[in-house]
Design a binder for this molecule. Structure first.
Ligand code: ADP
Ligand code: MG
Length: 319
C-alpha cells in the first residue's frame, strides 16, 4: 500500500513553469508579477452529486481543473497556479494515475502549475483552488452591465446537459450527436482566449455552470438590470440536430448547466469588435438579447412577437 507521501511524489509532483516553490514544503511560494492582481476561486466536485462514481478518471482529472480554469477565464484573467485537495476512498493507483494524466493535460493546455494540495482518505471528493493573474483593475466582473447592452453567449450551451440526459437514458441521440454531447460534458473547454479578448470590451461576464438563465440572474442582480431574451436568437440548431426532442433541447440550452461557456454583456457599439474577435478565435458567439432597466426581470420574446416574463424559477418549467 503506497503511503500518502508516495502518492503525492509519484503522481502530483511535476516540474513547474512559474512557481518559486511548489509541492513538497509546508506552503508553496508564489511570486505574482509586478502590478498584477490575483484572481482566486475554488470549486469542489463531489462523487454522486457532480459526477458519476464510475466516470473515466482521466476525464474527471481534466474536468476538475477545467471548471476552475473557466472561472479564471470568466474574469478575463490568466490562470497560473492550482491547489488540489483530494479525498479518496482507496489508494487505487491506476485510478490516481489516470486522474493525474487528465489533470495535467488540462494544466499543460492552459499554463497552470500544480503548486500544492492535500490528500486524505474519505468519500471521493475533488477540490481545486485556482489562482490567476490580471492587471490591477482590468478583471471583468458581473456588475458592469448597463440597460441597452447586448447579451452574448459563446459556443454551444446545452450540449453538456444533453450529454448527461443521454447517459441517464432520458433521451436518445444519434451517434455523432451523442459523441459531441458527452465530450462537452466530460471534457469542457474553458474559454480562456475569449475571456482574455473580452477585457475592455465586455461590461460584465460570467461562466455558465448552473444553467444559462440561472446564471444570467447573477449578472442581473449584480448589475441591477433586467434582460430580454430573443428566443429566435438562441443557438438551438445544433442541439436539434442531435435528434433530441425540441422541448428537451430548449430546456438544456436555457437551464442545463455544466456548459462552461461565457455569458457576457457589451455595449451595442462593441458588436463588430465582438464578432471580429469571435471570428479570429474560431469560436461562435450568439447575441441572444439585451439588458433592460427593469431590474431583476427576465422577459422572453418568442419568434411570433409575444413577450412573456419569466417567473423567478421559470426556467425549471421547461423540463
Ligand atoms: P502538511 O502536512 O505539511 O500540510 P502534506 O503532507 O499534506 O503537508 O503535503 C505535503 C506536500 O504535498 C505539500 O506541499 C502539499 O501542498 C503537497 N500535496 C499534498 N497533496 C497534494 C495533491 N493532491 N496535489 C498536489 N500537491 C499535494
Ligand atoms: Mg507541514
Amino acid at each position: 500500500m503506497p503511503s500518502e507521501f508516495d502518492l503525492i511524489q509519484r503522481h502530483f509532483t511535476r516540474a513547474t513553469r512559474h512557481t518559486a516553490l511548489a509541492v513538497g514544503d509546508d506552503a508553496a511560494l508564489l511570486q505574482p508579477r509586478t502590478g498584477m492582481q490575483l484572481a482566486v476561486s475554488t470549486d469542489m466536485l463531489v462523487s454522486g452529486t457532480h459526477f458519476f462514481a464510475d466516470t473515466d478518471p482521466e476525464d474527471l482529472g481534466w474536468k476538475t481543473l477545467a471548471v476552475n480554469v473557466s472561472d479564471i477565464a470568466a474574469m478575463g484573467a490568466e490562470p497560473r497556479w492550482a491547489f488540489l485537495a483530494l479525498s479518496l476512498p482507496a489508494a487505487d493507483e491506476a485510478w490516481i494515475e489516470a486522474f493525474a494524466r487528465g489533470f495535467f493535460a488540462c494544466a499543460d493546455a492552459h499554463g497552470v502549475d500544480l503548486a500544492g494540495g492535500d490528500t486524505t482518505r474519505g468519500p471521493l471528493t475533488l477540490s481545486v483552488t485556482i489562482i490567476g493573474e490580471t492587471a490591477a483593475g482590468e478583471a471583468v466582473t458581473r456588475d458592469g452591465g448597463r440597460p441597452g447592452d447586448d447579451l452574448w453567449v459563446s459556443g454551444q450551451p446545452g450540449l453538456a446537459a444533453l450529454g448527461l440526459a443521454a447517459l441517464q437514458g432520458r433521451t436518445r441521440l444519434d451517434a455523432d450527436g451523442r459523441r459531441a454531447c458527452i465530450a462537452a460534458l466530460q471534457r469542457p473547454q474553458p474559454r480562456l482566449a475569449l475571456g482574455r479578448a473580452l477585457r475592455g470590451v465586455a461590461s460584465a461576464m460570467l461562466d455558465v455552470s448552473d444553467g444559462l438563465l440561472g446564471d444570467l440572474r447573477h449578472i442581473l442582480e449584480r448589475s441591477h438590470t433586467g434582460a430580454l431574451i430573443e428566443t429566435a436568437a438562441l443557438p438551438l440548431t445544433r442541439l436539434l440536430a442531435t435528434g433530441a426532442d425540441p422541448v428537451l433541447c430548449r430546456h438544456c440550452l436555457l437551464a442545463g448547466g455544466d456548459d462552461y461557456e461565457l455569458l457576457f454583456c457589451a455595449a451595442t457599439a462593441q458588436r463588430d469588435t465582438v464578432r471580429a474577435l469571435a471570428t479570429k478565435l474560431e469560436l461562435p458567439v450568439h447575441r441572444i438579447g439585451s439588458l433592460t432597466a427593469d431590474s431583476g426581470s427576465i422577459h422572453m420574446r418568442e419568434a411570433d412577437g409575444t413577450l412573456a416574463p419569466l417567473a423567478p424559477s421559470g426556467y425549471d418549467h421547461f423540463a
